[in-house]
Design a protein around this ligand. Structure first.
Ligand code: FAD
Length: 422
């Protein structure tokens, strides 16, 4: 792998034929996650495509000129012209390969795919999910010198990584940005020596055989599996929701509220997440209208009092969305008044949905452990599921309170039990 500077750009990239260029930074976890994938891609495609890397902070002017604003970012060039879109953040192998395949002939792609050899690695424990639950289990297992791998299709952190401020995690006098807490936990787990396989495609999971295949060709066998795959936001199943998802309808205020400076926003929901996120959105938006199905909010009293004191927020009680449209650039939510059954239209610049969560059990293959009536995994007090040697921790398990503190507690319990068993 060759490293270049801005002064080499013309020779190595613009006149360099087929090139993939990695803008990386130091102290950059997603860059560390990308490095082994980039190396393995270079070993496969290296005869046809040149793999180069460049230090972003040391070559800022060039990065800015090429529109690169974060690390890592991969750019693809053919004969001096940038081809395909650039990719950045938690980059998966499949995302790189699909772009590299466009740069060479079909014959060459076939030849490369034949050379792709499946690999098998063996661990004592495989943890599925790198949120606070999985990271804590990883840290304890690493400290107990148990050979562990943590697998996540995204970068580590889970919901913590996208929570604006966390004010109730013990040990910090001031509220912490969620992404910093995620960073600390992730680095702490990594320093214990466990393997991280993050930003990967989960090809298949077999909980009975204890086998997980990632990126199509890499099989991970483990003696024990810990499930820590958390939850996903519920959707409303209202017409238009899927069409406008990401194009006017969002499920993440931390990710998208910044696009609504001085705009009108609709928030669907009235529980803790909805109230907290609506308050956060008021930092940007001009006005927030909350739409809630009941006649009072179901969040905790302190949060409700803060919300009621915020004059940017209005609540429409006893209304439920029936469909979503877009007209003249505005999102139109058609709401039913649950008392009168009348339909009203509410226009805004964007809609945020916070109406609860469902357990991510559909990603666990065909043999799923026993679930409770709400679809969460049942465990005993040691975090064992109904499948031998399979544990579950964090938000995905059947329990009353889902918080970072309860997730890390579950991770601790599972890891300490496993440490005794192995
Ligand atoms: C908007 C919001 C704000 C919150 N604010 C707070 C707060 O202030 N304080 C607090 O204590 N709690 C808060 N919570 C709750 C808290 O974030 C969760 O209880 C906690 O993150 C649960 O941790 P977890 O590890 O079980 O799951 P998650 O954090 O959900 O992590 C699950 C991980 O599993 C990964 N995953 C998904 N599918 C797979 C798969 N197939 N294979 C492998 N990995 C997979 C995901 O990518 C993710 O990284 C908040 C939650 C939300 C949504």
């Amino acid at each position: 792998m060759k490293e270049i500077n801005a002064s080499d750009f013309e020779k190595e990239v613009l006149n360099g034929g087929k090139v993939v260029l990695d803008f990386y930074s130091t102290e950059c976890p997603p860059c560390e996650a990308l490095a082994p994938k980039f190396d393995s891609m270079a070993a496969l495609y290296g005869e046809k495509i040149k793999f180069l890397k460049i230090f972003r902070q040391g070559n800022r002017e060039l990065a800015t000129a090429l529109g690169v604003s974060s690390s890592p970012t991969l750019l693809f060039f053919d004969n001096g012209k940038q081809i395909t879109d650039s990719i950045s953040g938690g980059i998966k192998k499949s995302e790189i390969m699909s772009r590299l395949d466009l740069m060479i002939s079909e014959e060459e792609v076939k030849e490369i795919k034949i050379r792709l050899k499946p690999t098998v690695s063996e661990y004592d424990v495989a943890i599925l999910g790198g949120g606070p639950a999985g990271l804590t289990a990883g840290m304890y297992l690493g400290q107990a010198k148990i050979k562990t791998v943590l697998i996540d299709p995204a970068l580590p952190g889970g919901y913590m990584g996208i929570t604006h401020q966390v004010s109730n995690y013990p040990g910090f006098e001031q509220p912490q940005p969620g992404f910093m807490l995620a960073h600390y936990m992730s680095e702490q787990a990594k320093h214990t020596g466990i393997d991280f396989k993050v930003a990967v495609d989960i090809t298949s999971v077999d909980l009975k055989k204890k086998e997980i295949v990632i990126d199509a060709y890499e099989t991970i066998k483990a003696k024990k599996i810990i499930i820590a795959t958390g939850t996903s936001p519920n959707t409303m199943n209202a017409p238009g929701e899927t069409t406008y998802k990401g194009k006017g309808i969002s499920y993440c205020a931390t990710c998208d509220a910044k696009y609504f400076v001085d705009k009108d926003v609709t928030v669907i929901g009235g529980g803790n997440s909805a109230v907290e996120e609506a308050l956060f959105i008021t930092k940007f938006a001009r006005k927030v209208t909350m739409v809630h199905q009941f006649d009072k909010l179901t969040a905790n009293q302190t949060a409700i009092e803060i919300l009621q004191a915020n004059d940017k927020i209005e609540v429409m009680y006893e209304h439920e969305p029936r469909k979503f449209d877009k007209r003249d650039g505005k999102m139109i939510a058609t709401l039913e008044n649950l008392k009168t059954k009348k339909l009203v239209e509410l226009a805004s610049d964007g809609v945020f949905v916070f109406i609860g969560f469902k357990a991510n059990v559909n990603v666990l293959g065909k043999d799923i452990p026993a679930l409770d009536n709400w679809g969460y995994i049942k465990t005993n007090e040691d975090m064992q599921t109904s499948i031998p040697d399979v544990y579950a921790i964090g938000d995905i398990i059947s329990k009353k309170y889902r918080q970072i503190t309860t997730a890390v507690a579950d991770g601790t319990i599972a890891a300490m039990n496993i440490s005794k068993e192995l």
